[in-house]
Write a protein that binds this ligand. Structure first.
Ligand SMILES: Nc1ncnc2c1ncn2[C@@H]1O[C@H](COP(=O)(O)OP(=O)(O)OP(=O)(O)O)[C@@H](O)[C@H]1O
Length: 576
């Protein structure tokens, strides 16, 4: 008691019950805390209340001042750029960042096998790793146990994707061209279900001149594109989760397929590619623009499955250096609005490929809604569709009815859809398509890809077995030899080198001899396999089983053709 009386802090603690109630309302649990301090520490916090209040006011004021000053500073003395996750540039910058030296030193990073945001990117991550493949290629034509083991080790190493390190959430300072830069990776909405996919990047630098940021973005973008080289970039329409809208997401970059490897009547192939080239040239664009005629072109590739429709489209994209946008109309979630947005997001020059347009349920059903879009045709496929639709599980509530024919036609013709695009549709059943869909203006050229003729079979054989540039990892023999010689200066190394050189020479001789024999072999093969019966895919499948031995392929061709022909006949009878 005595000590309480002598403590000035305790003598001043005379708060009325209403004051205490108010404090309790402001700071829940105040009475309990206060009692704890008084009983155990002999300190009455009420005596210091004014200091606490002053401290709180000071901290709020400081925060306010800090925000105002930093806001003012950011607005007037800092330049910054915002990059959103749903923009391809996000990938470009993240990829560029992952290659910067500051990423090796930072202690806050995201480790992963891809540098991009959320979409699946199954492409080969560039040529960085290609050189590592060289040895495995060289081992391809070796046969002894140790060599096979070496090859297995290399393949085994390569089965995992290399790790990539990208900046984590938060701020990262780094230097670019001698000037300090700040990268901030932010997650916008923590509460949303897909918050993880709502990221943004802020790139900032001191000064009102934003040219440095522009340079960095430009450099990142160019480096990313250079990495692609002449590869064909493939995008597909995809949405991340139910309720989201569809976007074009880059899914891979593939080496272009040479047009010569797509076997088709030469005249038709040339006509198609020439037509596309003519359409893409500036003169045609100006011509269309001067006359107010929509600058669009459509093609229909039709024929039985496995005759090369997709391959032709892919090869054309490679030959013309255009990106390929894949679209499937089967998704119930894809409605006219989504399709409209997708088409308006296309770049000026590209190929949009709609595969198997007849299976999208929009054939012969102009004006019908998606729910009954599979009705209206007497085809077997449609009956099957109807039957299976009844067995389908109930749709997600966010799923809509899918695209209708009139919806598709509106989008193809839409004024907002990108000019300069090439639309390619493929189908196995051109006869089932609505007249409106394939009328001139929407489909300007139709190409039929049928069963392989005698000539096609010969070409296919030649294209599969003819040695091509690039079949060896490095065409410069001397370079390979030097590489091996340098890396093996020991006795064993020299033996290995000699062995490899011998193998390499054998391989070259094999290629040379094959080159000289290929045409007579192709003619022989074509004389055995009947024309007009098999698809190119079937013939290719057979030849790939004898990839190292064309003679063996010829030997077994007759038996293979008979068996396949018989199985086709049985299948046809079954479905007749
Ligand atoms: N005309 C062709 N020339 C070269 N290869 C071909 C040809 N047709 C088919 N192939 C080969 O067959 C496989 C399938 O070809 P592709 O997917 O292009 O056929 P498709 O006609 O689009 O088939 P689907 O109608 O089933 O989609 C590919 O590996 C391709 O290399």
């Amino acid at each position: 008691m005595a000590s309480n009386q002598s403590d000035p802090s305790l003598t001043r603690s005379s708060f009325s019950p209403s004051d205490t109630a108010m404090l309790e309302a402001l700071v829940p649990g105040y009475t309990l805390i206060s009692r704890f301090f008084v009983s155990y520490l002999q300190i009455d916090p009420t005596a210091y209340l004014q200091y606490f209040v002053a401290l709180a006011v000071l901290s709020v004021s400081l925060r306010y001042i800090y925000n105002s000053v930093s806001g003012f500073f950011m607005q007037h003395f800092v330049s910054y750029a915002e990059i959103r996750l749903d923009d391809e540039l996000f990938n470009h910058v993240m990829w560029w960042m992952s290659r910067q030296s500051f990423m090796q030193r930072t202690n806050h990073f995201v480790a992963g096998v891809k540098t991009n945001g959320y979409w699946s990117d199954s492409e080969d991550e560039g040529s960085d790793e290609d050189s590592a493949d060289e040895d495995s290629d060289i081992y391809d034509f070796m046969d002894d146990e140790t060599e096979i083991q070496s090859q297995a080790n290399i393949i085994s190493r390569k089965k995992y994707k290399p790790l990539k390190f990208t900046p984590s959430q938060g701020r990262h300072f780094f230097w670019y061209k001698g000037r300090p830069m700040l990268l901030e990776r932010q997650q916008q909405s923590q509460t949303a279900r897909w918050a993880l996919y709502n990221e943004r990047l802020f790139l900032s630098c001191l000064g009102r001149n934003s040219s440095l940021i522009r340079e960095l973005i430009d450099e990142a973008s160019k480096e990313f594109q250079n990495r692609d080289g002449n590869k064909t970039i493939i995008y597909r329409a995809q949405r991340h989760s139910p309720g989201d809208s569809f976007n074009w997401l880059r899914c891979m970059a593939r080496s272009p397929r040479p047009l010569s490897t797509v076997i088709l009547d030469k005249h038709e192939k040339q006509t198609l590619v020439k037509d596309m080239r003519r359409y893409l040239c500036n003169r045609t664009r100006r011509w269309h623009s001067n006359r107010g005629i929509a600058y669009k072109r459509g093609y229909l590739l039709h024929g039985p499955p496995g005759t090369g429709k997709t391959s032709l489209c892919f090869a054309a994209a490679g030959a013309l250096g255009l990106p390929l946008y894949l679209l499937t109309l089967n998704s119930n979630a894809l409605d006219e609005d989504n399709l409209y947005t997708l088409f308006s997001d296309l770049p000026n020059k590209c190929i949009v490929l709609i595969e198997d347009v007849d299976t999208a349920g929009i054939t012969h059903s102009r004006g019908k809604t998606g729910t009954n879009r599979s009705k209206g045709s007497d085809s077997v496929a449609r009956d099957t569709e109807e039957a299976s639709a009844e067995d389908d599980p109930p749709l997600d509530k966010s799923e809509k009815d899918g695209i209708t024919l009139s919806g598709l036609l509106n989008v193809i013709d839409g004024v907002a859809s990108s000019e300069g695009r090439i639309l390619v549709m493929t189908t196995n059943h051109a006869d089932r398509l609505d007249e409106a869909l394939i009328r001139i203006g929407r489909v300007d050229m139709q190409v039929f890809l049928g069963y392989a003729t005698q000539e096609n079979i010969k070409d296919l054989f030649t294209s599969i077995y003819m040695p091509m540039e690039g079949d060896l990892p490095n065409n410069d023999k001397a370079k390979i030899t030097t590489k091996w010689s340098n890396s093996h200066s020991t006795e064993k190394g020299r033996n290995d080198t000699e062995k490899k050189e011998k193998k390499q020479k054998e391989f070259w001789d094999h290629l040379e001899s094959l080159r000289s024999r290929i045409h007579p072999l192709a003619a022989e093969f074509a004389s055995i396999v009947p024309g007009g019966i098999f698809t190119a895919a079937e013939i290719q499948g057979y030849l790939l089983n004898h990839i190292d031995n064309p003679e063996l392929a010829i030997e077994g061709a007759e038996a293979w053709a008979q068996v396949l022909q018989e199985s086709k006949r049985v299948r046809e009878e079954k479905f007749a």
